[in-house]
Design a protein around this ligand. Structure first.
Ligand code: PEP
Ligand code: MG
Length: 330
């Protein structure tokens, strides 16, 4: 931990006036757990479970997944661990699976294709196996299951039905699991934002995935260097969508986190806290930086900044507001 920041590792993450904001970690491998603990993370806000699926030529077995998830949960307990179900396709191609069954690598427009929850609902055996491993691991800590790229209510309901079917199957087999585990949806396509008031009625939490939300709302390929200058987290459309999602979640009393790269960007974090996000999840090493920022901020000032940017016409104006804010308060 950088000098001067080490004292923040053990301090609570809250604003100057005592409003708590959970700062948690985005990781994809167990090897990162030591960093998670070192930087004082209060949980895992995003475990990208697909990493293990890229290692071999077939999906990891239920037992192998169980071992990974159990270790995650046990290490982080009593903090919550959010495990995202398989998020393949788009920029995350399962190229090594035998035959590849004609999906994924032959799609003309993979970002709009058979990815994430769509893949899981298509290759149901792979999903069922992962869900069983998640449920079995849930007795070791506090599990939150996160469903990626949901764009319709029907997808959410189908995924939840499969989870409940697996719960019934495990109960019949006499295998324990946590009945209270939470199920949430990753808000990362515009349709999910627009329907977030409806989705909020059917889940225990929201996580906002701005990496994809920016891509899909601004129609900018997140991996394309020629349009990278247009990939802009300060676009007011993106900010209004974040605000709308937080409001929809809170209207139903469910917590809302944000786990895109924006969460760990010091220029974005004050805004996000001003939008009343309950949790920001980021690369472990940036947690002390954001915590320092948080502890030097007053929630009232952050709320005013957040209100102000919602009236901006373009990202240039947003940037000017944020720069002015930093000059006044830090
Ligand atoms: C996101 O889309 O913002 C996100 C958190 O996930 P990923 O970058 O893995 O798609
Ligand atoms: Mg995503």
């Amino acid at each position: 931990v950088a000098e001067g920041l080490d004292r923040y590792v053990h301090l609570t993450s809250e604003t100057k006036d005592g409003c708590p904001v959970r700062l948690s970690a985005n990781i994809e491998m167990l090897e990162e757990l030591s960093a998670v603990l070192r930087y004082g993370s209060e949980g895992i806000g995003l475990f990208r479970s697909e990493f293990d699926f890229f290692q071999g030529i077939r999906p990891p077995t239920e037992e192998a997944q169980l071992a990974t998830y159990s270790r995650l949960l046990a290490t982080m307990a009593p903090h919550p661990v959010t495990i995202r179900t398989l998020d393949v396709g788009g920029d995350k191609i399962l190229a090594r699976f035998p035959g590849n069954k004609a999906w994924l690598d032959r799609e003309r427009n993979p970002a709009l294709g058979l990815r994430s929850i769509r893949f899981s609902l298509y290759e149901r055996e792979i999903f069922r196996c992962q869900v069983r491993a998640l449920l079995r691991a849930s007795v070791h800590g506090r599990l939150r299951v996160l469903l990626p790229l949901v764009s319709t209510l029907q997808e959410l309901r189908q995924a939840k039905e499969m989870i409940h079917d697996s719960m019934n199957a495990l109960a019949a087999e006499g295998i324990p699991f946590d009945q209270d585990l939470e199920i949430g949806v990753l808000i990362e396509v515009p349709s999910a934002v627009i329907m977030s008031d409806v989705l909020a009625m059917e889940v225990d939490f929201f996580a906002i995935g701005t990496n994809d939300l920016i891509q899909y709302s601004l129609a900018i390929d997140r991996g394309n260097q020629y349009v990278a200058h247009l990939y802009d987290p300060f676009h007011p459309a993106v900010l209004r969508m974040i605000r709308q999602t937080v409001d929809a979640g809170h209207a139903r009393a469910i917590p809302v986190s944000l786990c895109g790269e924006m969460a760990g960007d010091p220029l974005c974090a004050p805004l996000l806290i001003g939008f009343e996000l309950d949790e920001l999840s980021m690369r472990p090493a940036v947690i002390p930086w954001i915590k320092r920022l948080l502890r030097h901020s007053h929630s009232g000032e952050l709320h005013l900044l957040a209100q102000e940017v919602l009236h901006c016409a373009d990202s240039g104006e947003v940037r000017a507001c944020v720069t002015d804010f930093f000059q006044r308060f830090y």
